[in-house]
Write a protein that binds this ligand. Structure first.
Ligand code: HXC
Length: 519
């Protein structure tokens, strides 16, 4: 019979064995590649000493292709609970040192168990992904394991925040679980996502592409929009995950907690007095406006490098957390196109699911015209943003800074689709379209007979008339489509007042199973 001390030694030895994963050599290889080990990552992400591990001694039961000869305690994934800035979270961290982090049946069961825990106890789930996909030796059991995870991702969606960190090569099944989550973080030069890697592509399509170009952090943050955050290294990544989490409630049953700030809620935005240029064709940086308005200038941008003609991100005003959607006149004049509609639509839905009020800043000349957009389905994709706003029941506050033209006026949280409080600057122009375009259409016949200086003079006169008549906020204000025309320096204090007024908003939803967003 073992003595008490021997039993203690046994546990110490088993713990040590589990903690070394696939061995020191493979851990060193991770380090050489600028990557931390799975365990080091959790230490860095979570609050010190807060991690409690589940299923540390689980092993696989597979007996094929020689895998029975190798057993790693924990089976290549570390799961458990911990805290981030004091907030409870559930985590799993895939260990590349064990079969390249590849997923087998026991490994999948561990992830499912911690996801079930997170859902049942309504805490965010964070996945640290570094995996070669389905564990080939385990065949269909690996595929089944993935599907079990996907199903849980869908069950968790809109109930608890789901965050994915891509920290190595993620291939095959390893990309679809992250794709079902709310936010994906990638690290430059060390993380990759692809359904099929460069070798398979070469065989099937004869296309030659590097893994960086195919599925690196740049590709997915700038081109595909699959990822939401591009980080310089893993430390940067953990820092930004912690920052993101600080804006989120634990689940859809909660509201985000208020933050302490010394930034006075009624601070006047003097900088914004003449911020919007006199000339309505002149661009300005909407990000500067946002930074001026929010607490301490802190604006956490989501999808910063994708569809830059719209801005989405988190901030707070007077300590109250908000999601911000804003047209960016500095890029493509802030036009709405396919990518920006999808980006903002998804963001609005996230905020709505997690009780985060949405503040929308509008300066939009309309939807981008052209065959590329039409063939690409701008009608369907634009409708996603429209749908997202229409179904949102969180407090909605809208500030029109300049242009709000055409269908884009309706879409960008107009009063008509149930925004709660709509404000506009004196520089707002709310019309069916810009003056030039409108004059060309309505006065086509009148202008047709004119040439040269006569044409120019008449057109200028008509454009000026149109601008005087429509390029202002007062028609909309007369009709009650705006609640107030405000001076720009009042932006922050008004948003705070609105948030306070809407704090207890209860909106009714139609009785239905679920809507059918135009996917
Ligand atoms: C079992 C695997 C593995 C896998 C890697 N390994 N992928 N073992 N199943 N899927 C093992 C390797 O044999 C090696 O073992 C160790 O992990 C490290 O792999 P390396 O190739 O040496 O590392 P690296 O050069 O960095 O390349 C990493 C990689 C590459 C890009 C991930 O290993 C790779 O392409 N793997 C296969 C990816 C893939 O096709 N997966 C299946 C996708 S299908 P040793 O013992 O030498 O350390 C799929 C279906 C799910 O996922 C679909 C659900 C919808």
């Amino acid at each position: 019979m073992l003595t008490n001390q021997e039993r203690r030694d046994q546990l110490t030895q088993l713990n040590a064995q589990a903690e070394v994963g696939g061995g020191i050599e493979r851990i060193n290889k991770q380090h050489e590649q600028g990557k931390y080990s799975a365990r080091e990552r959790l230490e860095k992400l979570l609050d010190p000493q807060s991690f409690m591990e589940f299923d540390k001694f689980v092993v696989h039961k597979s007996r094929a292709f020689g895998i029975e000869k190798t057993q790693y305690l924990g089976d290549g994934v570390i799961t458990g609970i911990g805290t981030i800035n004091g907030q409870q979270v559930a985590v799993f961290s895939q260990d590349f040192t064990c079969w390249g982090g590849a997923l087998g049946a026991a490994y999948a069961k561990k992830i499912c168990k911690v996801m079930d825990f997170a859902l049942e106890h309504r805490i965010p789930i964070i996945g640290l992904n570094d995996s070669g996909g389905a564990r080939i030796q385990e065949g269909v059991e690996s595929l089944a394991g993935y599907a079990e995870i996907f199903w849980r991702n869908a069950q968790c969606s809109g109930v608890i925040p789901q965050i994915s960190l891509i920290l190595g090569p993620c291939a095959g099944g390893a990309v679809y679980s992250p794709a079902l989550t709310d936010f994906i973080f990638m690290v430059e030069k060390t993380s990759y996502m692809f359904v099929t890697g460069p070798d398979v592509i070469k065989t099937v399509t004869h296309e030659e592409v590097t893994k960086e170009a195919l599925g690196g952090a740049g590709t997915h943050n700038e081109k595909s929009g699959v990822a939401h955050f591009k980080c310089t290294d893993e430390d940067d990544c953990f820092e930004r995950v912690r920052e993101l989490l600080s804006y989120l409630p634990a689940s859809s049953a909660d509201k985000p907690t208020a933050v302490m700030t010394s930034d006075a809620a009624n601070r006047s935005n003097v900088k914004l007095k003449d911020f919007v240029p006199d000339n309505s064709r002149k661009p300005y940086d909407m990000k500067e406006l946002i930074v001026e308005v929010v607490d301490d200038g802190n604006f956490l941008e989501v999808h910063r490098d994708y569809a830059k003609n719209i801005l989405c991100g988190f901030a707070s005003v007077g300590g109250m957390k908000i999601g911000i959607v804003a047209n960016q006149p500095a890029i493509l004049a802030g036009v709405l196109d396919i990518d920006s509609s999808v980006k903002a639509g998804r963001f609005v839905r996230f905020c709505d699911a997690f009780n985060i009020p949405v503040v929308t800043f509008v300066d939009v000349p309309g939807f981008l015209p052209g065959t590329v957009q039409e063939y690409g389905g701008i009608i369907r994709h634009g409708a996603k943003l429209l749908y997202a706003y229409c179904e949102a029941t969180v407090p909605l506050i809208t500030v029109i800074t300049r242009k709000a033209y055409g269908g884009a006026y309706d879409v960008m949280a107009s009063k008509h689709i149930r925004s709660d409080i709509n404000l506009a600057y004196p520089t707002a122009e709310i019309a069916v379209m810009g003056a030039e375009g409108a004059v060309n259409i309505i006065f086509r016949n009148e202008l047709a007979g004119l040439k040269g200086a006569e044409f120019d003079k008449k057109k200028k006169e008509l454009v000026e008339n149109y601008e005087n008549e429509f390029a202002n906020p007062y028609r909309a204000a007369e009709l009650g489509y705006l609640d107030e025309v405000v001076f720009p320096e009042q932006t922050r204090s008004r948003i705070y007042q609105c948030l306070k007024a809407l704090e207890h908003k209860k909106a009714r939803k139609p009785d239905r199973k679920h809507g059918n967003i135009p996917l």
